[in-house]
Write a protein of this length. Structure first.
Length: 557
């Protein structure tokens, strides 16, 4: 391998892929593929594979971060830190070792070098025989890495990996040895890298890697205002960070109207024309322009970020994104549903709550109508007329009456799988609580009884409790819902729910009803043992002006 530095500058070093004279190899295309896999695999396993398997074992601490080694125009970014000294690493491993499967299969201790374990995963296939972590990797490999999508002027954004290094000279030799040992070749057209300060930038070619370095020299992602704004909105640092730039929406629009397959975009395929489900080829030409409402959604997107962290024995994911569909989200900012949820019985097993602003049904109909292609199939008005005929309801007014200002669907204690199987719905301790007028709701349900049949009709009865309506499958659970409780004041609820701002909440208490989930899995001892450490799960979402927020949290005992 050779390395060069531009004359008369202290710029980055260019790393070639061969060491000394070229080595003759057969199957050069396979070698090129292995070469890029060897390079990309190192960054990928650190940033993504490491995220899936080891994400719960590190802490994104202070010091240099991968965003400093990427340009300000980066479209998407995911980073991970494998710092063995991180405080959250200790917290994470202690938490994960509560689960027998993790302890038996992965068996990490708090003082283990996570980079070495990742190296073992990379070389497990046997294609890197002779490569040793202590001698060939540890002397230069740092703790931080990232994968990114960067626009460097190619036909599409380029996948780029950045890896922190501790010694540039040793990194040169180490990378060359890694590529050669794991299937490299003298062909430099596929897979290249550039060492730049404390980082190595990896791309499909050395030329692309150099373009990334050059752009970063002008302005780094860490200096980008959008990156700072959205990662700040996503809260304190954690084990992994994700970022999507506003410009990513522009690229999505180009994909949706341009030639070539959309691939991973899936659902956007309908925007480009009909697709043969067997050949996956377009059977109709793609539109040259996006529908106005779709383009409006993309124009409104201003960025997003998320952080994964461990805190006090809990796995936490916090995210924030621009409110790119304000015409839709404005209908769901009422906190009435969450207020009802906090007043549920203390032994509630699970509940979902959401609130509605007045006129939300009409607003949703208008929104859906605006997104539907003109003159294709039934119109929204025709769909409503058909639904009215089949149900006897007066739409959309009866729907708004049914759900009121807010609604909670809940499950209480006393879950008996055998009784439910043998006895039917009346054995399920489930119910619905609505912030609305009980008499008006009953009038709507009476219309449904005629089309629902005699088996369903008994469950369409409403009672009133302290200003709200209650519907339940089981009389005992109905009484509990009418009596209410103080679930929102309990520690287990407050541990997983963002109580001050949430406008919709999903809450699950694994400790309720005699550890109901563990109990239901008792016929599968291994599953039961691994479910036992779970305490509670919460997902909270809210809109704050032009920003959507969310918090997902899983706690353990």
């Amino acid at each position: 391998m050779s390395s060069t530095t531009p004359t008369g500058s202290d710029g980055p070093e260019y790393l070639e892929s061969s060491a000394g004279s070229p080595v003759e190899r057969s199957g050069s295309s396979g070698d090129r593929r292995k070469r890029f896999i060897a390079l990309g695999g190192l960054a990928g396993l650190l940033a993504v594979g490491g995220g899936a398997v080891w994400a719960a074992t590190s802490f994104l601490g202070t010091g240099a971060q991968p965003a400093e080694a990427l340009p300000a125009g980066t479209l998407g970014y995911v980073s991970i830190d494998l710092d063995p000294s991180g405080d959250q690493k200790i917290e994470a491993i202690q938490t994960l070792r509560k689960f027998p499967e993790f302890k038996d299969k992965i068996n990490l201790d708090t003082d283990d070098d996570l980079r070495e374990r990742l190296f073992e995963e990379i070389t497990e296939s046997g294609e890197c025989e002779g490569l040793g972590y202590e001698a060939d990797v540890k002397p230069w490999l740092g703790s931080r890495a990232a994968l990114a999508a960067v626009d460097v002027g190619e036909d599409s954004p380029s996948p780029v990996g950045v890896i922190q290094i501790t010694d540039a000279g040793k990194a040169e030799d180490g990378l060359a040895n890694l590529v050669d040992t794991c299937g490299g070749s003298d062909d430099t057209s596929t897979g290249g890298w550039v060492v730049d300060g404390d980082w190595v930038v990896i791309a499909e070619t050395k030329e692309i890697a150099q373009k990334v370095v050059d752009q970063t020299g002008e302005a780094s992602l860490a200096e980008d205002a959008g990156f700072a704004t959205w990662t700040g909105e996503a809260g304190a640092d954690g084990i992994m960070s994700f970022y999507v730039a506003a410009e990513a929406a522009d690229y999505l629009a180009e994909l949706a109207t341009g030639p070539g397959p959309l691939g991973m975009l899936g659902g956007v395929g309908a925007l480009r024309g009909a697709v043969d489900p067997y050949s996956e080829e377009l059977t109709e030409p793609a539109p040259t322009e996006l529908p106005e409402e779709v383009q409006k959604v993309l124009d409104n997107f201003d960025g997003a970020a998320a952080t994964v962290r461990f805190e006090d024995g809990a796995l936490e994911i916090e995210y924030a994104a621009s409110n790119y569909q304000p015409e839709l989200t404005k209908h769901f900012t009422n906190e009435a549903g969450v207020d009802l949820l906090t007043g549920l019985p203390d032994d509630t097993v699970a509940a979902f709550a959401i609130g509605f602003e007045p006129g939300w049904v009409d607003g949703m109909i208008d929104y859906v109508s605006s997104m539907m292609p003109a003159e294709e199939g039934m119109s929204v008005d025709e769909m409503i007329e058909e639904a009215e005929t089949e149900t006897g309801l007066d739409l959309p007014g009866d729907v708004e009456t049914l759900v009121g200002e807010g609604i909670v669907v809940s499950l209480g204690g006393g879950i008996d799988a055998d009784a439910i199987t043998n006895g039917g719905p009346e054995e399920v301790p489930a119910g619905v609580t609505v912030m609305g007028d009980a008499e008006e709701i009953q009038a709507v349900l009476d219309k449904l009884k005629e089309s629902a049949g005699p088996e369903i009709a008994p469950f369409l009865e409403v009672t009133e409790a302290d200003g709200h309506a209650v519907i339940a499958l089981q009389d005992d659970y109905r009484s509990k819902l009418e009596a209410g409780g103080s679930l929102g004041d309990s520690d287990i609820y407050q541990d997983v729910v963002e109580g001050d701002d949430a406008q919709s909440v999903l809450f699950v208490n694994f400790n309720a009803d005699d550890d109901w989930l563990t109990r239901l899995a008792e016929d599968e001892p291994k599953a039961s043992e691994n479910l036992d450490p779970l305490a509670a799960f919460g997902m909270s979402q809210w809109i704050d002006g032009e920003t959507m927020h969310g918090l997902v949290k899983l706690t353990t005992d």
